[in-house]
Design a protein. Structure first.
Length: 446
């Protein structure tokens, strides 16, 4: 029987999970860390550790195996004739979710293939140390996911699994995914698109000098040059009754767009205004939170407890979310899997990959997300980072692949692709003496 058109190479097999119908039978249910295939059959699962997988028996006798995995995590393909002795065939760490292998000389019969993520496991001692570090510094809970499964969670200082906290600026990471989705949906043409094409008030150079040059990329990299006006637009209860209107009409330009990294809320709210107007122009009037819900939260089952709005009813973009650690961890898992969830591409993986590219003045910031890239720096500036470190301000001793969602009170979401892991730490209030690199060392130092 011919292979379906969209299953003619290992990458498309991984993406669709398709296999030839000839001689199909299910042989085994996959374990948490591996997937088994037989030369005359295949098992295709829909679990988060491997969002999709498939096998192709080629007419020339060769075997193609493909999976959708975690970019940056290590994987191993091995083969067995009896499910007892295993011979490694190939290892791979791919920058993209689609990973594929070809067995050029498969076993004549009863050949079985296994794909496993070989990232090292955490230890009970590491979990205990992480929980204790959080507890004594006023934390509410720590949750660790690896290979798409919760491998540890601990709640302390009166919190429970159902305790939702205000993650403050940790909310920003949600809108990185919304940005990727908006580009995929054609609402935004790309990072070079000028914001003033949509926020047309900024085309008036008399009233808004310099704003005409601001691009979507400048907003996403926090280098738009807009003033932050924190008293009016930052926090739970700012002075501006209608933050979106204030951002359009009252912000000043204080630097040439693209020249200067400045952490603050104005970039996010300007993006929110732009997205809301794009949606209205497309005939789907909704606010940015409603778009986020439809494109990201609902498809992966994130249930937030509440979301802060201004007095005019506009959802806060940089700091609105109140949710439990388990729900926040789902966002990290989507970022880890680069837009894939349960065998389905929720947000295009190429658009999600673009979020991790630091193209602005700060190497430690991608598109609405923090990066642990060398040379990067936090809001406190470059001088706050020790010189000569292997990593960056999130974690000093390497793991430059870490992506972070960092909120006030030391609410933290860390994505660690090389370990195929997501780590969440939440608090109910301000936390003293918490340092990202110290907390992560409890989990990352062997």
């Amino acid at each position: 029987m011919p292979v379906p058109r969209n299953c003619r190479d290992a990458r498309s097999i991984a993406r669709t999970g398709c296999i030839p119908r000839l001689r199909l039978r299910v042989i085994v249910r996959a374990a948490a860390l591996s997937i088994l295939f037989a030369a005359t059959a295949s098992v295709v699962t829909a679990q988060q550790a491997f969002p999709s997988a498939g096998i192709h028996l080629r007419p020339d006798g060769k075997v193609d195996v493909g999976i959708i995995g975690t970019p940056g995590a290590p994987y191993l393909l091995d083969r067995s004739g009896d499910l007892q002795e295993w011979d490694p065939l190939a290892a791979q760490t791919s920058p993209v979710p689609e990973m594929s292998w070809t067995d050029e000389a498969p076993l004549v019969s009863d050949g079985f293939y296994r794909v496993a993520c070989t990232a090292r496991a955490f230890t009970p001692a590491q979990f205990a140390a992480a929980a204790e570090y959080s507890r004594v510094r006023g934390g509410a809970g720590v949750v660790v996911l690896q290979h798409g499964q919760i491998v540890f969670e601990d709640y302390h200082n009166g919190a429970t699994v159902d305790t939702a906290t205000h993650v403050a600026s940790g909310t920003k990471l949600f809108f990185s995914c919304a940005l990727a989705a908006a580009i995929e949906d054609g609402l935004i043409s790309g990072y070079d698109e000028r914001a003033s094409d949509t926020i047309t008030e900024w085309q008036d150079t008399g009233l808004h000098p310099g704003k005409r040059l601001i691009t979507v990329g400048h907003l996403a990299s926090l280098s738009s040059g807009l003033s932050q006006d924190v008293a009016y637009i930052q926090g739970v209860d700012p002075l501006a009754d209608d933050i979106y209107d204030y951002v359009v009409h009252d912000l000043r330009i204080i630097a040439l767009p693209g020249s200067f990294f400045q952490y603050g809320p104005s970039h996010y709210y300007a993006f929110g205004v732009l997205l809301q107007r794009k949606l209205a122009a497309a005939g789907t009037p909704m606010n940015p939170l409603e778009y986020l819900e439809s494109r990201v939260l609902d498809p992966i089952g994130i249930d937030y407890q509440s979301w802060i709005h201004d007095d005019a009813g506009n959802p806060h973009i940089p700091n609105g979310a109140v949710l439990t650690p388990r729900n926040w961890a789902k966002l990290g898992q989507l970022v880890l899997q680069q837009g894939w969830w349960d065998g389905r591409e929720v947000v295009n993986d190429a658009r999600m990959a673009e979020l991790r590219a630091a193209e602005g003045p700060n190497p430690g910031h991608g598109k609405f997300m923090w990066l642990n890239q060398p040379g990067g720096y936090p809001p406190a500036g470059p001088d706050s980072v020790p010189p000569g470190i292997a990593g960056s301000f999130i974690y000093y001793d390497g793991y430059t692949d870490i992506v972070g969602g960092l909120g006030a009170g030391k609410n933290r979401l860390y994505v660690v692709p090389s370990l195929n892991a997501v780590v969440v730490r939440q608090t109910l209030g301000d936390t003293a003496n918490y340092e990202d690199t110290e907390f992560l060392a409890t989990l990352l130092v062997d």
